[in-house]
Design a protein around this ligand. Structure first.
Ligand code: FAD
Length: 305
């Protein structure tokens, strides 16, 4: 894949990862691969591809990670959920992903097939939650395993301590990194990190950064995920409904400010929810003064990782 933004390898003040989702149409496919081509030159540590709700995108996820591994120098993780599947079905999926070169999974329970808010029922022959899935994956191969974390707690959890217990179980079973649900209040993340450390959990808790493409849509989604959207964001985007360029500029500033503030607090790794679009991610990273890397440097980084 041609990387057109070759520059000298810059000092990297932090590590990046990018999240993509499998395309649902030919148009979206074109958009995804153009985005991958563009964002690759930021030199991410790895990229990940989501697994559709209820396990619905097994084939498109497999095809996307296959193509990423086969045609780009990007270290690629596949998300995997255990909802609505027996242990044997999960094992078969894992074999398929292993066959195309996947060595890193983002292991998740998944949401109930009826949607967010419905009661979760583990499959009688399946993994009961993400901690059990992590253990199952470790039994199936020497995989790198990332998991989820929720700075504002998972909506189903009674309180934060239940969440931390689950995170600890995932770590005890072999997870070596957690990627967080998106959040906008860095104080919340910092308090969460303190609670994580008090619970004896020492893996990196990598903040998930969501550049805001559309505040109204984001609020709807955030409400379902239990993530709060502070009112100062309304003020930042006020009056910009009909001004996409100004809105994008504000969005890139907001995301860059969040990352810069987290860096001041000592955070060194960031996971960006790209929504399969490059411009906002590019503008965010440009605002931070980060340089792109050339293809040779990327290959070298991955070889030594
Ligand atoms: P777990 O880690 O098992 O649990 C999370 C919390 O919920 C824990 O505190 C636990 O105690 C509590 N909990 C779990 N089960 C119950 C229960 N039955 N009753 C009460 N509390 C319970 N979803 C997808 O479908 N595909 C993806 O690719 C995907 N990627 C994601 C990536 C990230 C970084 C994150 C943060 C989330 C992602 N999700 C994805 C969403 C995720 O599947 C949902 O949030 C799901 O509801 C929980 O999965 P988990 O692995 O976080 O659960």
């Amino acid at each position: 894949m041609a990387l057109t933004h070759a520059t000298q390898a810059p000092e990297r003040p932090f590590k990046l990862s990018f999240e993509f989702f499998p395309p649902k149409s030919t148009d979206m496919e074109g958009q995804l691969w153009a985005t991958v081509d563009d964002l690759a030159s930021w030199g991410p540590e790895f990229v990940s591809v989501t697994y559709g709700a209820g396990g619905t995108t097994r084939e498109p996820t497999l095809e996307t990670v296959r193509r990423l591994i086969a045609t780009t120098p990007l270290a690629t993780a596949s998300h995997l959920t255990c909802v609505s599947a027996t242990r044997e079905e999960v094992a078969q999926v894992v074999e398929e992903f292993k066959a195309v070169g996947v060595r890193h999974f983002v292991a998740l329970r998944g949401d109930p097939p009826q949607g967010l808010g419905a009661a979760y029922e583990p499959h009688p022959g399946g993994f009961e939650n993400a901690a059990a899935l992590v253990k199952g994956l470790k039994d199936m191969g020497d995989f790198e395993i990332s998991v989820s974390a929720y700075p504002e707690k998972h909506p189903e959890s009674a309180d934060l301590s239940v969440d931390l217990d689950m995170l600890k179980r995932k770590v005890d079973n072999g997870a070596t990194r957690a990627l967080t649900q998106f959040f906008f209040d860095n104080d919340v993340y910092e308090r969460y990190l303190e609670a994580v450390h008090r619970a004896g959990i020492s893996i990196p808790i990598v903040p998930g950064i969501m550049p805001i493409l559309n505040l109204t849509q984001l609020k709807r989604f955030a409400g379902m995920c239990g993530a709060s959207v502070p009112s100062w964001l309304d003020e930042r985007f006020a009056g910009l409904d009909d001004q996409p360029a100004a809105r994008a500029e504000v969005a890139a500033k907001v995301a860059a400010e969040q990352i810069a503030d987290l860096m001041k607090r000592g955070v060194e790794e960031f996971h960006l929810y790209t929504m399969n679009r490059a411009p906002l991610v590019n503008a965010t990273l440009e605002n931070l003064g980060l340089g792109r890397v050339d293809e040779a440097t990327q290959k070298q980084n991955f070889a030594s990782a």
